[in-house]
Design a protein around this ligand. Structure first.
Ligand code: SAM
Length: 285
């Protein structure tokens, strides 16, 4: 067999075609070639006759086997890009999503580079908190998660991206966060928001691999995290400070009502690039 890039692409398409669309296979392969073969996207496109070693070929086939079991490529490669930064990920953290990048973009645009004191509830890989620390220089960023394993990943990511944050292992639902001063400019959260009843709509790559504690809430009280964080934020935020949430696209109206009941001002709901109601902002009265 000829171990050229072109042939391997064809072989991978044939093997993975029953599980992934061709375009997705090709973008996964760019990542794989880059990681295990040290080949850039440009080299792959312009020199597809280049031969790779049998050891790289074997590594690629090992990855294909895991992809066939629906394991996300980000967990296989143990990294992903978020808002132009590189993050380590493993099964103790949610894989950062593009809609969360849009939320970060909103915050960064609003901030206009003015340093902030911010806190991220449910930080996971740290993607939101670390991006803010990196993109809004001189900010002081705190990040909270219940999972010790997630916080280990997040602190490694902070180091990797040259940022210094303060991490807290705490339970959003029960901790009073009395150790935090009431002088925050910004609270942000992408908490668990998928209702148990929505599980049937979800793909195996999420259900079999991503952490359950990061994803689900009960059908009976899907806004439990939002209510708690919005209540805590009444104490933590300065007057005029801002609260940002990523939300379940099906619960926008309920979220507006919740924030109105807590006397937040300037409540704004935004759609993501796919037109789904995914992000909210509200201001402390
Ligand atoms: C949807 S994930 C978001 C992760 C990350 N912020 C992101 O946007 O990719 C929610 C995070 O909340 C954390 N979490 C779940 N329940 C929690 C609780 N009771 N207290 C604190 N964190 C919690 C999970 O461990 C998970 O990391």
């Amino acid at each position: 067999m000829d171990f050229s890039i072109k042939n391997i692409q064809l072989e991978c398409r044939a093997l993975l075609g029953s599980v992934y669309p061709i375009r997705e296979i090709d973008s996964i392969l760019f990542l794989v070639f880059e990681k295990v073969g040290n080949l850039s996207r440009l080299q792959i496109i312009s020199n597809s006759d280049t031969k790779i070693s049998i050891s790289v070929y074997n590594q690629i086939m090992g990855i294909v086997e895991r992809l066939l079991n629906y394991e996300p490529i980000q967990y296989i490669l143990e990294e992903t890009e978020f808002y132009g930064l590189l993050f380590k990920v493993n099964q103790s953290v949610l894989i950062p999503r593009p809609e969360t990048e849009e939320l970060v973009h909103w915050i960064v645009e609003d901030g206009k580079n003015k340093p902030v004191k911010a806190i991220d509830f449910g930080t996971g890989s740290g993607c939101i908190a670390i991006s803010l620390a990196k993109l809004i220089p001189d900010s002081k960023v705190h990040a909270v998660d219940i999972s010790e394993q997630a916080l280990l990943v997040a602190s490694e990511n902070a180091l990797r991206n040259g940022t210094v944050l303060t991490f807290h292992q705490a339970d959003i639902l029960t901790d009073a966060f009395g150790f935090l001063a009431a002088d925050f400019d910004l609270v942000v959260s992408n908490p668990p928001y998928i209702r148990e009843k929505e599980k049937v709509l979800m793909q195996r790559n999420v259900l079999d691999y991503e952490p359950v504690t990061a994803l689900f809430v009960s059908d009976a009280d899907p806004l439990i995290f939002y209510r708690r964080i919005a209540q805590l934020s009444k104490k933590l935020l300065k007057k005029g400070g801002a609260l940002y949430f990523e939300i379940n696209e099906g619960l926008g109206n309920e979220m507006i009502q919740l924030l109105e009941e807590l006397n937040y001002l300037e409540i704004e709901l935004r759609c993501d690039l796919h037109g789904k109601r995914r992000m909210m902002k509200a201001t402390q009265s």
